[in-house]
Design a binder for this molecule. Sequence first.
Ligand code: NAD
Ligand code: IPM
Ligand code: MN
Length: 355
Amino acid sequence: MAQRIAIIPGDGIGKEVMPEGVRVLEAAARRFGLDLELEAFDFASCDYYLEHGQMLPDDWFETLKDFDALFYGAVGWPETVPDHVSLWGSLLQFRRRFDQYINLRPCRLLPGIQSPLAGREPGDIDFYVVRENTEGEYSSVGGRMFEGTEREIVIQETVMTRHGTDRVLKFAYELARSRPRKKLTSATKSNGIAITMPWWDERVAAMGERYPEVAVDQFHIDILTANFVMHPDWFDVVVASNLFGDILSDLGPACTGTIGVAPSANINPEGTFPSLFEPVHGSAPDIAGKGIANPIGQIWSGAMLLEHLGHREAADAVVDAFEAVLTEGDRRVLTPDVGGTGTTEALGRAIASRL
Ligand code: NAD
Ligand code: IPM
Ligand code: MN
């Protein structure tokens, strides 16, 4: 039976990198004889909002829930729709309602890409950020009082549950255990944020009892960001709350030269609901419409999607294909963020043709 994949390009460069993501998925499907059925949707975009007054149709949950995976571009067009409206109306709904509580974000210095950090070579930066993806600082608990007056107060609570924290820690420990270095770093801020963060540290220690073979360390988020830049080679698997994980998963890829290559998997590990695969980057209004966005973040996310659907060999072939194109280093094919003069489409085609 065919595996069904929902294609949701979104906004800005989401609409430019998605065709390349699809091109490469289809090339991989042809080469490995996979039966994938792709269906495209125009919702979860600001254009849809401007036409319908909401980001998603009322029946979006029913429409998407039986797909095997969701392939997403990027959402957000702050010129016309405020970001919190577009994001809470789309991506953040998917993550929550489909209980995609793991946000898995590999960070790897790829061949042929120059790191902005002096002297770093491929192999020096190779870690995962495991980000809690459904609770924490991204909560809707709070409110505004005395609006518009001198006494105005705004409150937004961080919500962490034992269930929600333990399940992301378990995933991170399992991942660390499966890797050669077996190393887990936990990001907190237990000196200043003195309730939730020390509690997170306690949960890390409690879960660690089940994984004696994993070496664990903990950093406060401020010095951890410094260490990402000064010692990226220290890290193997980094686990963090929703907000800290968000920040670290832009900083990590920046250390590998560009956030344009960074992929992510929003995973519901139980498979009760579809998981969602999308690049880490956003809709990049500053370069949208120019055809120069790097499509590798989208393409690599497609490889993660293939792996999630059980097609390990095809996933590896996609990664091999973009690494080969990067290694070749033809500047006419590479996008400007990695030192080239090429276009989104040229790079997508070059990668697909390797398959
Ligand atoms: P952004 O990731 O869109 O862009 C940040 C910078 O990185 C820009 O200079 C951009 O040109 C560059 N960049 C991003 N992707 C690139 C690529 N593939 N190739 C080359 N350069 C690339 O972040 P932002 O500017 O903070 O946000 C823009 C919009 O996107 C906002 O509406 C924001 O809310 C939204 N956003 C959405 C997602 C998502 O859908 N998952 C993620 C982040 C931001
Ligand atoms: C990401 C994005 C989103 C997040 C935004 C757009 C809500 O930055 O996927 O990293 O903060 O999770
Ligand atoms: Mn982010």
